[in-house]
Design a binder for this molecule. Structure first.
Ligand code: GRF
Length: 199
């Protein structure tokens, strides 16, 4: 059960995976952490030998960057590849290369609010509920089969940061629940949607 993780930022979801592995609630190992941001704090959460990063600006095209990223990932022979706060859109060829074992955690109740700034948009629309989804990645952005979701209430007076913090708290157990399913061999792209309730 080999897991590769793609990150761009702070890596709290990566940390949740590391903690679950350490606590023996997730029988797996991290075989690599990959980033499009060499300075990402997330990279520091694992030993140097597990880190790979590069700057897209050093590559001629999105396809060239994703090919290099894909080669580095493939070299670690992962069973599952998890985008956990990876903020760069993956090109179609990359998605096809890893399709069926490529998961993303997205901070909204998909199909609502694909894309960026989900918390701001949910508040602006007066949503009573918001949350997070883990889904299979397909070429269309945030549109693959949803594996599981967790929801939280939106409180009167919430700003985007308050709501983001509430969502982040349920992202971590949600991601671990899905990865437990994945490593147990019970997760396939045609799987049904599960709901894990937040608070
Ligand atoms: C999370 O909200 C994730 O859903 C998203 O970006 C954030 C990443 O947080 N798309 P972290 O880097 O895992 O702390």
């Amino acid at each position: 059960n080999r897991i590769a993780v793609l990150v761009s930022g702070r890596g709290s979801n990566l940390q949740a995976i590391l903690d679950a592995i350490d606590g023996a609630t997730l029988p797996a190992r991290i075989v690599g952490v990959f980033s499009d941001k060499p300075a990402a704090a997330a990279l520091q959460r694992v030993e140097p030998a597990l880190r790979w990063s590069a700057s897209p600006k050093d590559y001629a095209s999105r396809e060239a960057f994703d090919a290099a990223l894909g080669d580095a990932i493939e070299a670690t022979q992962p069973d599952w590849i998890v985008c956990a706060g990876y903020l760069r859109i993956l090109c179609d060829a990359f998605v096809e290369r890893f399709r069926g074992r490529l998961l993303n955690i997205h901070p909204s109740l998909l199909p609502k609010y694909p894309g960026l700034r989900t918390h701001v948009r949910a508040i602006a629309d007066g949503e009573a509920e918001h949350g997070a989804s883990v889904h299979f990645v397909i070429p269309e952005l945030d549109a693959g089969t949803v594996v599981a979701q967790a929801r939280v209430p939106v409180h009167a007076g919430d700003d985007a940061d308050a709501l983001a913090a509430r969502v982040l708290e349920i992202e971590h157990p949600l991601l671990i629940a899905v990865l437990r399913l994945a490593v147990s061999g019970r997760l396939a792209e045609q799987g049904t949607t599960t709901t894990l309730d937040g608070h």
